[in-house]
Write a protein that binds this ligand. Structure first.
Ligand SMILES: [Mn+2]
Length: 379
């Protein structure tokens, strides 16, 4: 089924062209963003709090405004419409390109509604974005107007909170809640609001796993909880799940596995904040036919059969921004005295023509060679 939308494909492809064919990417006009958000609201209204998705699908963790690293994801992991994606939230804040990042994802959601799935992270919130970069970036790039921030943060209230994959895997941004034993409790919530400070909705986007504990414990983050092995075992048992996939925590190697793959963290912002030097990953889920695999549930990444973390490093543009040493919100500031006017530009896209009929987005990525993948299939 195709979700209806009222923005012509050629207009969406024009938005993609503005973002992809220029360096730096061109931001979309406020009226365009307003129109995108309005159209998406009607689409999100019909999406349940927990989406039912199927494999194959690629799961992406935090991006945090690292636009060029998001493009790297489509490059190494495939682009829609050929690849299905589930993004786990935290699209904005910290990095330099929150507007471009969220604009691209919103346009892609409208352009490929069945291929792109977005859920809400703790940064998809008015209070958090006011403090960690997105709000300030909007003021800077839109000549002092906060209109675009208002359009987009209003839309954040419509994002779904989680997803199941093949009915066996539960995915959300953060983790579990002591107030929630059944997925149906999440399904029954009114999610169309700002993220509250506590309760199930807050915990879903704020909580973290902790292998040192069995039960719940207050989180040092000041919101959400740490949850232990008894909690995840009971939750999976009671909801017929085999695994939980989440994001929300920086991983040096791009991913972390807990409890023999029962819980995974996928982190998709390489060289986070242009200074952490970490790798990033996308979790590719090929299938969930665990019963056909002779119970050989582990591999060298500690994930379940049919899954692998596609690990990648920062894009060239991330490196260039690192050299520029601009300040990043929420992180120590460096003097912003670098002259960026004469950066050598190895343009990420030098083509002038594009096919505006069907698959503009895919054709963009087919131009760049796919990286060799070290894939282990367990079919
Ligand atoms: Mn987060």
């Amino acid at each position: 089924m195709t979700v209806p939308f009222s923005i012509p494909i050629k207009d969406l492809d024009y938005c993609l062209e503005q973002l992809l064919n220029h360096k730096p990417p061109r931001i979309l006009p406020p009226d365009t963003i307003q129109h995108l958000c309005h159209t998406l609201k009607t689409q999100f209204l019909s999406i349940p709090n927990i989406m039912s998705l199927q494999s194959p699908i690629s799961v992406v963790g935090d991006i945090h405004g690292q636009y060029h690293d998001l493009l790297e994801i489509f490059q190494i992991g495939g682009s829609p419409p050929d690849t299905n994606y589930l993004f786990l939230g935290d699209y904005v804040d910290r990095g330099y390109y929150s507007i471009e990042t969220i604009s691209l994802l919103l346009v892609l959601k409208l352009r490929y509604p069945e291929r792109i799935n977005l859920i809400r992270g703790n940064h998809e919130s008015r209070t958090i974005t006011t403090n960690y970069g997105f709000y300030t970036e909007v003021l800077n790039k839109y000549h002092g107007s906060a209109d675009v921030w208002n359009y987009i943060t209003d839309l954040f209230d419509y994002l779904p909170l989680g997803a199941t994959i093949d009915g066996k895997i539960f995915a959300c941004h953060g983790g579990l809640s002591p107030s929630c034993q059944q997925l149906d409790q999440i399904r029954a919530m009114d999610r169309f609001k700002e993220i509250p400070h506590d309760g199930i909705m807050a915990d879903l986007v704020w909580s973290d796993p902790d292998v040192e504990i069995l039960d719940f414990k207050l989180s040092p983050r000041g919101a959400g909880y740490l949850f232990g092995s008894d909690v995840i075992n009971k939750f999976c048992n009671d909801n017929n799940l085999v695994q939980m996939i989440r994001a929300h925590q920086l991983c040096n190697e791009g991913f972390t596995t807990y409890w023999k793959g029962k819980c995974l963290t996928v982190w998709s912002a390489p060289n986070y904040c242009y200074r952490c030097g970490n790798k990033a990953s996308v979790l590719e889920i090929i299938h969930s036919n665990y019963e056909t695999t002779n119970n050989k549930l582990q591999n060298d990444q500690g994930v379940l059969p049919g899954q692998f973390f596609n690990v990648f490093e920062a894009s060239q543009e991330n490196d260039e921004d690192t050299i520029k040493g601009k300040s990043v919100n929420g992180i120590n500031s460096d003097p912003d005295d670098f002259d960026s006017t004469n950066l050598s530009n190895n343009n990420i896209n030098n083509k002038d023509n594009y096919n505006d009929e069907n698959d503009f987005f895919a054709s963009y990525f087919q131009e760049r060679p796919r990286r060799q993948q070290h894939v282990e299939y367990f079919l």
